[in-house]
Design a protein around this ligand. Structure first.
Ligand code: PBG
Length: 323
């Protein structure tokens, strides 16, 4: 017997063999496209995210329709309100930007799954994800009621699922109870369960105009050093009624995705965030990376780690490459 006896290259000899033994796939059906929507008439580019724009509602409808045609089943909406206040009251306004966008999408692209981000940071004048206490910290329990109100308002507009991204304790239970009470028992909660206080949200905060005016989000988002605590967040959200749990960011947290996948039975989502998008786009623009190959590899890695679905600004572009 020749040495070596075990030859793994036997199964790599041809494209057909490689395909037969491939363990993970990436398809448009796994992707969710995030969209920034505002009440202005025209689109405006987002600094730091080449190819991403803040869209008027008509533009969000058009882009969603194209994405759906390419096989992307869902969008995740972020609203940029025309005005802000201390409480973030535009967030639960039935005539607010997200609510109007959901109504338009449901009317014009009925087969599209519409998810809405539920948080107050784009809506508060101070940019934090909830109501401020006298000492400047975010008041957890006072915020819960406002988040629940926001989620109900999104459901009333027609959202299929609400995605709370605020990281307050107890928000999933509060939102579930409010949705059920208002007759929206069939609407799902996609919880940003393991959301880390990350530097990779930089371009998003410019896009959504949601950077905190003072301080940072470390008082509520997870410490990037903590895996066990992330698992506790996930377990708690599942116990409170989350239908899907999300890990965010994705690329620097593939270990967390893998551990979450093992820990729970609900679907796991990965959020390929704005900074990850920017990294790949700028490296490709500089000629340092082959964009298509690098993006497909990054998203496949999230699937391999255990993500069932992936929220990514590349969603429609990738769907175009895959079909
Ligand atoms: C709002 C929210 C953020 C993101 C999604 N929802 C920003 C933050 O928490 O500061 C980040 C998304 C991205 O970077 O692509 N709470």
């Amino acid at each position: 017997m020749g040495f070596p006896a075990t030859r793994l290259r036997r199964l790599r000899r041809s494209a057909g063999l490689r395909e037969l033994v491939r363990e993970t796939d990436l398809a448009p059906g796994h992707l969710v496209l995030p969209l920034f929507v505002h009440l202005e008439e025209t689109a405006s580019p987002v600094d730091g995210m080449p190819g991403v724009e803040r869209l008027p509602i008509s533009g969000a409808v058009a882009r969603s329709k194209r994405a759906r045609e390419l096989g992307v089943p869902a969008v995740l909406l972020f609203g940029i309100p025309p005005t802000k206040d201390d409480l973030g009251s535009q967030a639960w306004d039935d005539e607010g930007v997200v609510q109007l966008a959901v109504q338009a999408l449901k009317a014009e692209v009925p087969e599209l799954v519409v998810l809405t981000d539920v948080c107050l940071c784009q809506y508060t004048s101070h940019g934090h994800c909830g109501v401020l206490a006298a000492d400047g910290s975010v008041d957890n329990d006072a915020t819960l009621e406002l988040l629940a109100r926001t989620a109900v308002s999104h459901a009333r507009a027609g959202a299929d699922a609400v995605a709370p991204s605020d990281m307050m304790d107890g928000r999933v239970a509060a939102i579930r109870a409010a949705l059920d009470e208002e007759g929206f028992g069939e609407r799902a909660i996609v919880s940003y369960a393991a959301k880390f206080a990350s530097a990779f949200y930089g371009p998003f905060r410019a896009a959504a105009d949601s950077a905190p005016a003072f301080g940072d989000r470390r008082g509520y988002q997870l410490d990037p050093a903590n895996l066990r605590q992330a698992l506790r967040e996930v377990e708690l959200d599942v116990a409170e009624g989350a239908d899907v749990v999300m890990v965010k960011p994705a690329l620097p947290y593939l270990d967390v995705i893998a551990r979450v996948r093992d820990a729970v039975r609900v679907p796991v989502a990965a959020y390929n965030v704005s900074g990850e998008y920017a990294m790949l786009k700028y490296a490709a623009a500089a000629g340092a990376l082959d964009e298509r190959a690098a993006v497909l590899e990054a998203l496949l890695a999230m699937r391999r780690a255990g993500a069932d679905l992936i929220v990514t600004y590349f969603a429609d572009e990738v769907a175009g490459w895959l079909t």
